[in-house]
Write a protein that binds this ligand. Sequence first.
Ligand SMILES: [Fe+2]
Ligand SMILES: [Fe+2]
Length: 284
Amino acid sequence: MNRDHVARFRARAGPISWEAAELARCTIEPELARMLHVAALLEEDTAITVAHAHAFGLGRSADLAAFLPTWDREEAEHGRALRALLAHQEYVAPEPARRSIALRRRALARVPIRPLVRRPETSFLFCVLGAAAEYVATVIYAQLAAQTRSPRVERLVRSIARQEARHFAFFLDAARIRGDRLTDLQGRAARRVLRSLWEPIGLPTLGRSTWHATFAPWLDDEHFRGRVARMDRIVDSIPHLAEARLMATFLDDLPALSRPGRGGTAGTRRSSAPRTRSLGIPSG
Ligand SMILES: [Fe+2]
Ligand SMILES: [Fe+2]
């Protein structure tokens, strides 16, 4: 295993900027608090993903063995910092979907683990999904940083975004290395699975209606939409995934999703897909 990407990951390490006492004195807008609440939920889901990774035997490869404990620790700290800020804000917290809470807790029981353990496609897909999620997390935190009027909160959010960007870089390198080693047959199989199970971050956790209420206004913003759509250029550049067009396909479906009754069965199709939990990657 080429471990240069592990060295790069370590070399770029740096702490996030927060102190609970300082954050307790910050006041933020209720809308921003709602978004950060969603971010905290997703950060907290990383622990579940790390458990999945170990169940799939992914921690046996040298690079993921080095990465996973640090990733787990850093994402948990993102969650704690956001909770420290949110504990003193007044806002109506968005609720995760009930079904998704149960799924998050029971996810492993539903996954057919044995056929997937130690398969090169599984490890490849885990890293691809990680890269996609961490890219979008970086974009979202940058957007949140631009929205706050509190310099203290902006510093925190930008420092989180920097760690997300570093997670992204690791996952992308790890995915490319794994992609190069897949046979064409394995690559085609992985690509099919990816296209059927990928969903934007937050969707499995929040459920469709809360996710949509949270992110739809952002996706109406052309600048934000354009940045998110760039995820495809990254994913499509990974071996075996040219023209996968995950985000574009999802965004193309959005107008129908936002207007129930105006056609489109995508909502029904996607909402019945608990299997997406099997390699569920959190926000990063
Ligand atoms: Fe991350
Ligand atoms: Fe994070």
